[in-house]
Design a protein around this ligand. Structure first.
Ligand code: ADP
Ligand code: ASP
Ligand code: MG
Length: 414
């Protein structure tokens, strides 16, 4: 039987009443003659609460134990949902990431999925059961330890399962009605987008739009999967379809924007960023700069972060990263964990927000860039700007970010 993957985020399973509503919706889907693989997040803010508990006991809790702790959150949701389905007379089975055969590397806290076996999921489906999988977790075949995939990683579990197991649809249920032209909590006039190509969604996700996990966007676009992001509160509403670009999309976009005209899809923003700068000097500086650069990128990957700006000019390295990563990186340099030593390490522009204009064709002409900079300058002070791929990034102080996002939305998207 065909099956769909439905993922329910923390707010969607945030209470027993919400879990009952999820069970009703899963039951209604099942009644349409398709089976369901459900991926669940931990209830509400459970993951944050568990992290806070661990930090109360230790400033630097062992990463293995943190993963053991955090994976319990999703386990609670999956078992409760299975019980709610049982109460509705439906056959279901809940499985942890490890039981589902989600195999990862051994990087606790930010593990990468290497393979999905999925035998027990297939068996469950063949047995006509609804299968509920705990999101955000897997197991390392090398260490045999339970791992987590990084914050917000249930999106990634869902998309990877749908891709590998061949679901007919993948639906991500959230506390918003879809993907908007900006975070609707920041820009009240933001519009819901009916459909969006993966390149734009991927850039948005890396630029900080938490509506979809960035690595989930990569996996979905690699597999050519279509995903619908929709509301778990208003289940009759269509959401946003994120999909590979089709010829019709291209034709429609050309009609609307012209062949070479730059276009803007969305505005998004990351707060509490800074510029991390490293200077290397002395004998063999070039070689050491290369090693240090590679070491920093690897360190950031383990932190779950991809730098917004990532430059090496001669022996100067510059990265736009979160203040948290900068603090961790500075400590790693100070205690010798980074290997090769630089001449100096500086953190500049702390308290910066990186406001990203996600579009296409910025390099075809200066109009959109100039328009964006003028809009930002009308309400804030531009600290730096940068264009990479389909993204124009404008740095402003955290305090000015909301006004700047709104001004850019007004000028470029409305
Ligand atoms: P879940 O935990 O249910 O997977 P998230 O909380 O991670 O969902 O993502 C939904 C949140 O993403 C929304 O509450 C919204 O504030 C935020 N968000 C940021 N940018 C956007 C955007 N462009 N469109 C919609 N939501 C956005
Ligand atoms: N519960 C995890 C988190 O809060 C995973 C997720 O919700 O996707 O990060
Ligand atoms: Mg999320």
């Amino acid at each position: 039987m065909e099956f769909v993957v439905q993922k329910y985020g923390g707010t969607s399973v945030g209470s027993l009443d919400r879990i009952k509503l999820v069970a009703d919706h899963v039951a209604a889907t099942r009644a349409q003659g398709v089976n369901v693989v459900v991926v669940v997040s931990a209830m509400g803010e459970k993951t944050d609460e568990l992290i806070a508990m661990a930090r109360t006991l230790s400033a630097d809790p062992p990463r293995r134990e943190v993963d053991m702790l955090l994976t319990s959150g999703e386990r609670v949701s999956m078992a409760l949902l299975s019980i709610a389905l049982y109460e509705r007379g439906l056959k279901s089975v809940s499985l942890t990431g490890s039981q589902s055969g989600i195999l990862t590397d051994e990087n606790h806290g930010n593990a990468r999925i290497e393979k999905i076996l999925g035998d027990r999921i297939r068996r469950g489906l063949a047995d006509d059961s609804i299968v509920i999988v705990a999101g955000f977790q897997g197991v390392s075949p090398k260490t045999k330890e339970v791992t987590t995939l990084g914050r917000g990683g249930s999106d990634l579990s869902a998309v990877a399962l749908a891709s590998v197991l061949g679901a007919v649809r993948c639906e991500l249920y959230k506390d918003v009605e879809g993907v908007f032209t900006a975070d609707p909590r920041i820009v009240p006039g933001a519009r819901k987008i009916d459909s969006l190509p993966w390149y734009a969604m991927t850039e948005m996700a890396w630029a900080g739009a938490e509506v979809l996990h960035a690595r989930a966007a990569h996996v979905a676009s690699r597999f050519g999967l279509s995903v619908e992001i929709r509301s778990s509160f208003k289940t009759d509403l269509r959401g946003t379809i994120v999909k590979p670009t089709t010829e019709t999309d291209i034709a429609m976009s050309i009609d609307k924007n012209g062949i070479e005209q730059a276009m803007v899809h969305t505005i998004t923003c990351k707060h509490h960023m800074c510029m991390f700068e490293v200077e290397v000097a002395g004998d063999g500086a070039e070689d050491r700069a290369s090693k240090i650069h590679a070491g920093i990128l690897e360190f950031l990957w383990h932190q779950g972060e991809a730098p917004g700006i990532n430059q090496r000019i001669g022996e100067m390295l510059r990265f736009m990263i979160s203040e948290n990563s900068a603090t961790a990186l500075r400590a790693a340099f100070a205690d010798g964990r980074m290997g090769a030593q630089p001449k100096s390490v500086h953190v500049n522009l702390a308290g910066t927000s990186a406001v990203a204009v996600i579009g296409n064709g910025f390099l075809q002409g200066p109009e959109k860039v100039n328009q964006a900079l003028a809009a930002a300058q009308s309400v804030g002070r531009v600290l730096f700007w940068d264009i990479r791929n389909q993204v124009l990034t404008i740095g402003v102080s955290d305090g000015e970010a909301t006004a700047v996002v709104n001004a850019l939305h007004e000028a470029l998207v409305c």
